[in-house]
Design a protein around this ligand. Structure first.
Ligand code: C2E
Ligand code: MG
Ligand code: MG
Ligand code: MG
Length: 292
């Protein structure tokens, strides 16, 4: 009986594994062709300055328009792209498309906005990474200071020496550098000081805490204070409510990004927002009445 059960569950397991790897193979095969078939698209999420209330930049976020599955979010395929190495050509497409788009916005008079591009671990480890970014900037004509490269703590902490070299080379090129999802990794403060970082992006889990519980936003506030002491700007990610925005503003956060102001949207929607000069309500701006 037990033996039979064991065999059944083994068969079940094997079948499930087969299905799983078939699914994976299918996905991988599709992923390989997705670039040629032009199935990727970038959406853009505004980053808003808490002093002026204006949109000062946006983050480019990839989506896969799969012929059968519809719009596939990055969490569902970036991992596979990373494992298979496909992230390198996909990431190169993202870099080129985002920089070209930002330059086009600048040319049509929509402003000198910053464009943030996410890099994965595999991309960051690429031999010719900095050169390839430099050539994208040269090809598109985008000024280096209008490109912001986002990397996570875990990426820079994997090999600190190597990361410092790469980040310094990026700094020499003139691009901005951000640490994404800050607070979720294990970077120690002493390392943070060694990285030539311009921006810390507070992970949205700490932003969610900012108006909840007894120690309301203790971590977010500590990150803001520490970053400012190191001369680093702070962007709060995942701001979903006016109350969160208000608290961040009072606590001297520099910029916000989140569903409350805008979800990631197609390029045309960004254009409309910029033309209509969508801004934050004046009562949420930083450094208002001195009694606050
Ligand atoms: P991320 O870089 O931390 O990007 C922020 C994610 O938070 C985005 O998810 C965005 O849609 C979501 N988000 C923004 N505001 C809010 C909010 O108010 N509430 C909530 N709940 N979520 C919010 P998305 O677009 O699904 O991207 C997920 C992750 O996939 C990104 O996290 C990034 O790590 C990765 N990714 C996206 N695009 C690329 C890319 O071009 N290259 C690489 N290597 N990774 C990418
Ligand atoms: Mg990011
Ligand atoms: Mg993030
Ligand atoms: Mg992330």
């Amino acid at each position: 009986r037990a033996k039979e059960l064991g065999r059944n569950s083994y068969q079940f397991y094997a079948a499930a594994m087969n299905e799983f790897s078939l699914e994976r193979l299918r996905l991988e095969k599709h992923l390989r062709n997705a670039l040629e078939r032009d199935e990727f698209i970038l959406h853009y999420q505004p980053q808003v300055d808490l002093t002026t209330g204006e949109i000062v930049g946006m983050e480019a976020l990839i989506r896969w328009q799969h012929p059968e599955l519809g719009m596939v979010p990055p969490d569902q395929f970036i991992g596979l792209a990373e494992e298979t190495g496909l992230i390198v050509p996909i990431g190169a497409w993202v870099m080129r498309t985002a920089c070209a788009q930002n330059k086009a916005w600048q040319r049509s008079g929509l402003g000198n906005l910053r464009i943030a591009v996410n890099l994965s671990a595999r991309q960051f480890a690429q031999e010719n990474l900095v050169e390839s970014v430099a050539s994208v900037l040269a090809e598109t004509g985008l000024a280096p200071q209008l490109l912001d490269i986002e990397i996570t703590e875990s990426i820079v902490m994997t090999d600190v020496e190597e990361a410092v070299n790469t980040l310094n080379a990026f700094k020499a090129l003139g691009v901005k550098l951000s640490i994404d999802d800050f607070g979720t990794g294990y970077s120690s403060l002493s390392y943070l000081q060694r990285f030539p970082i311009d921006v810390l992006k507070i992970d949205r889990s700490f932003v969610a805490d900012i108006t909840e519980g007894a120690d309301k936003g203790a971590i977010a506030n500590a990150i803001i204070a520490m970053a400012h002491n190191l001369g680093i700007d702070v962007i709060a990610e995942g701001v979903e409510t006016e109350a969160q925005c208000d608290t961040l503003s009072q606590n001297m956060c520099d910029q916000i990004q989140g569903y409350w102001f805008s979800r990631p949207v197609a390029a045309e929607t960004i254009e409309t927002m910029l033309q209509e000069k969508k801004t934050l309500p004046a009562n949420l701006l930083r450094l208002r009445a001195p009694q606050r």
